[in-house]
Design a protein around this ligand. Sequence first.
Ligand SMILES: [Zn+2]
Length: 360
Amino acid sequence: MPQKLRIPSPFGFIPFPDTPVQRQSVEAYQHHRFEESLCSGEMTFHLKNLTMLLIASGRDEEGFPKPRNSKKTFVTSQEKPIVPGSSLKGLFRSTYELVTHSCLWMLSDYYKATGVAPENYEPLRSNRSKLRRCNRLQSLCPACSLFGFMSRDESWRGRINISDGILIGDPRFERHRALPIQGQPRPKARPNSDKFMDYLPNDQLAGRKHYHHWSQPPRTEPIPKDKGTTGQRPIEAVPLSEGHIFEFSIHYTNLTELELAQLLESVLLKSGWAHHLGTGKSYGWGSCRVEMTAWKEIDIRNRYASLTGSDQNLDTSQREARRHDLSQHLPQATHQAFEALEPYLNWDGRPKEGYGFHKR
Ligand SMILES: [Zn+2]
């Protein structure tokens, strides 16, 4: 009998808390009732990719949708790679959702695995469900209130705006990479089975999906010529080499100090941690670190009191001090959520050994 290898999966699930999602109306922000005690401003960041990075474009050079399984190339603007603001928004929103225990909005992986759109999945629609997606302005979870939401009848653009990430310097690409053929999570697989991590044990979501960082990403193989069936043929991909820097900004309006603190921690993470961005996360691509390079706080009280304005550009030590002060607002639940993220986001402490895949 062949020996069973127990190799950890490159991803896992963080279970949901038992408490219901807290929701409130956005009316107060719409009417600027509290603007004097709320925070507004703009922060600039650098995102550096620590491993290969691919934000795959769904369009060809002419702007037409690409067929499935065609070569994956980086999204560009004026012939230079960019990280679209929508990708950054999705990245930070998923972390913010976890740390604020918000509704389940970011579930694209779920869709890929099951073919069922999240809005059609009963546990996310039912009013009895603690996790159901927000569906009205009178009752929004923390993430929908900050990042925006859309339902059939109503929409809210949120209170932050994230720019595209602009590449500093020239791009260097990795040529002729093949995406490894990997197993897909199977929706109906049994929980804790040997083969598959589970999205739907007992027809419930297993938790929020997160990836691990790799010490040595698996070697990607050359594209075979005229070998194998088309179904098993690897897809060619052209990721950026490691070590590029993209600059982006976040503009925020009327945030409470708690919201600003949770946003900052979701973007910057703890020292030595890194995000997972783009294609190929399950084999170590897209590990990215974010650092702040500028922070301008808009003082609304003074702005109306004086014609010269008094926006505050914070220097490095002021930025650190402000972040530290804001972090005092973080409740215990936020700290616990970050503890749950530690095995997935701790780049400096990532394990030496690799992870396993299960081919279909
Ligand atoms: Zn929501």
